[in-house]
Ligand binder design. Sequence first.
Ligand code: NAD
Ligand code: GLY
Length: 359
Amino acid sequence: MKVITVDLDERSYPIYIGASMLVDAALINKQITSKQILIVTNETIAPLYLHVIENNLSGVDYDVLILPDGERFKSVDSLNLIITRLIERKFNRTCLLIALGGGVIGDLTGFAAACYQRGVKFMQIPTTLLAQVDSSMGGKTAINHPLGKNMIGAFYQPCAVFADTTVLGSLPDRELLAGLAEIIKYGLIRDKAFYEWLEANMSLLIDRDNDALTYAIERSCLNKVAVVVQDERETGIRATLNLGHTFGHAIETALSYKEWLHGEAVGCGMLMAADLSMRLGFIGQAQVDRIKSLLERAQLPTKIHKNIKLEQMLENMKVDKKSKEGVLYLVLLDDIGDAIITADYTRQALTETINYFLG
Ligand code: NAD
Ligand code: GLY
């Protein structure tokens, strides 16, 4: 088992990475200091893993909230269900929320923890690859608004993260591939050696080789944590973790969060960011081709969904948290392994990129 510490002074916490950790009651209980616990999960994950967590909680007053599955339930209605349950159960400020699931459950439960009685503890038990390498750590919590993704949220850190690679065994292939997009992101934005490792080992990851997956998760977490501890509230460098996300969120919003997975949209968005970087002269065509090739090997989409229009993309991109005083900053590439945050692009180049991907 590997342990990575997210070093944020009094908000520091461990990320545990390894196989079969969730059956280790002693390990989990070490992080449970509360006597009132609400486990939040969904109807897909509950039948698979809820009993494993429950077995660790003997003698504790715990309750379970099982939500419907899907991005559209990362909503104010689901938030209300969590808060209502906590109030009904008379849970107080020392309670603990456990998020058992992927990024949807993690973001939603984290935000509920940030809101309930002005902030209670929460623990992340990420069960998707995407959540294990990205959403479960770093403290971004949120719900969606019909007009924009993650528009309501808070920076609020968990007290511990348990990334058990064994649970990835039940993850559908498409979800695993979506997680690979965020892994590729770390190579692209700040870790060229890891990017090269991914080029050499992509087939092992797709075949779910446990050693390769564990290494990729650990290296991704190390990259993410290194950025988060420098810029927890995203005043600067943390925005690089959003490579491809401005394009990706615009795609997801245009599709009402239904047809594409978040990781798929991010994968396509990263290639769009590379294409725009090339049009602006920051990188060459050979680097764009290299990125496209790795995304294709990860079986991620490299063209925008056919139902989306240029104007829709441009309009949706304006609703982005990287906009400052009406100027949209984008994360682009100066090289593989080197991201920049810039508003130094032309509308014409941006339009050309989008039109090219609408194809
Ligand atoms: P998800 O939470 O919807 O999970 C994907 C699917 O896999 C769901 O159907 C889920 O029920 C199922 N599932 C989860 N674990 C499983 C398992 N072990 N076996 C079988 N099925 C399983 O999606 P996701 O990709 O994990 O997360 C996407 C969300 O994360 C988006 O809302 C995105 O905005 C958010 N996100 C947040 C951050 C952050 O920093 N907070 C970063 C990246 C993404
Ligand atoms: N997933 C982007 C971030 O945590 O900043």
